[in-house]
Write a protein that binds this ligand. Structure first.
Ligand code: TRP
Length: 339
């Protein structure tokens, strides 16, 4: 049986937080144990340098993300876990795809359009002010990441749906001109995966600066939990769990039974301080062991490096032959070898 190839990338610009964990990392690690799929998980470091021109941050983030996934039990026996930058074929493919991608298609990309809209709002003379070709070409690089491995399914957040449509568009265009070489990938948007609210009650996101890092040392972790915003209801007053950030986070980790118990306590008027204590203890118990493994891994970058290189070697068993085929298809092959 041909295994389903599931692929996703993580941009290396930040520190993994609780929202990343429940939204992306946890389901991906679960899937890594499924022997019916081949998971391709990679650190999208060439994507990182589009938005982030701080080399130490990119380096630090790559280390933290890799250590996080390994500490949480990613099955690297089944999953291919690698750095995008260790697969040179991806960049070659990106250029070849660039040559069949309509500029008009890229003009319609949300991220590019948002940047232009911002310039227009500020009454800049040049609507493209400060916009790099990296940002403009972002969807093509992402298409190359996916098509390079003929991935069938791509789990991403809602904000990435358009990029998947573009990848399909680009694949279809290439196939139409040069013959069937690429699978049209399907987007998988995690409907059942939770999205968490952050410290201020808005969606937990790096761009809102309201995240709770996954592997903070215990003391700092407690402090963070205590910083989560609540309303000003007093102890003894009934509270609504469903609109509460604390409960939302607890819910994403606890069992149905455990959640039901806390729900009752809300109705009975539990104090906010007490909820925070319960949440902290619950998460801390869950994260204690992986946090220790994480600390060990972060202190041992050469081990991580070796793991990633191993993943890249496995990934290149797919990318090298496919790129050879694609180069051949477009006419970049042995001189004089006509078909
Ligand atoms: N652009 C994705 C994000 O910001 C990360 C990414 C890069 C990706 N290449 C990918 C995701 C390929 C899925 C497939 O979340």
């Amino acid at each position: 049986m041909n295994k389903v190839r599931v692929l996703t990338g993580i941009t290396t610009t930040g520190t993994p937080h609780l929202g990343n964990y429940v939204g992306a990392i946890r389901p991906a690690i679960e899937a890594s144990h499924d022997s019916n799929v081949i998971p391709f998980y990679f650190l999208a470091d060439y994507h990182a340098i589009i938005k982030c021109h701080d080399p130490d941050r990119v380096r630090r983030s790559s280390l933290e993300i890799a250590a996080t996934w390994l500490a949480l039990g990613l099955d690297t026996g089944n999953a291919l876990f690698y750095r995008q930058s260790d697969i040179p074929e991806i960049l070659e493919l990106a250029w070849i795809l660039t040559c069949v991608t309509a500029k008009g298609l890229m003009n319609r990309a949300h991220a590019y359009k948002a940047a232009v809209a911002e310039n227009e709002e500020r009454n800049e003379n040049d609507p493209d002010k400060g916009i790099t070709m990296g940002l403009f070409n972002y969807p093509i690089l992402m298409a190359a990441d996916i098509l390079m491995f003929n991935a069938h399914r791509v789990p991403v957040g809602k904000d990435q749906i358009q990029h998947l449509e573009m990848a399909r568009d680009i694949a279809g265009r290439f196939n139409h001109i040069f013959g069937e070489h690429f699978v049209l990938p399907e987007v998988v948007v995690g409907e059942n995966t939770a999205t968490l609210a952050g410290l201020d009650g808005r969606k937990m996101s790096k761009s809102y600066n309201n995240t709770i890092p996954l592997f903070l040392p215990e003391k700092q972790f407690r402090k963070m939990i205590n910083k989560i915003k609540t309303n000003s209801l007093e102890p003894g007053e009934a509270k609504d769990p469903e609109t509460c950030t604390l409960f939302g986070i607890y819910r994403a980790f606890a069992s149905d039974e455990e959640a039901a118990i806390l729900r009752d306590q809300y109705r009975a008027g539990i104090a906010w301080g007490e909820v925070k204590q319960i949440l902290f203890e619950y998460l801390n118990r869950l994260l204690r062991e992986p946090r220790e493994r994480y600390q060990e891994l972060v202190g041992n970058p050469s081990f991580i490096d070796a793991k990633l290189r191993e993943g890249a070697a496995k990934a290149r068993e797919f990318s090298v032959p496919l790129l050879r085929e694609v180069r051949e298809a477009v006419g970049i092959s042995k001189i004089g070898a006509f078909r």
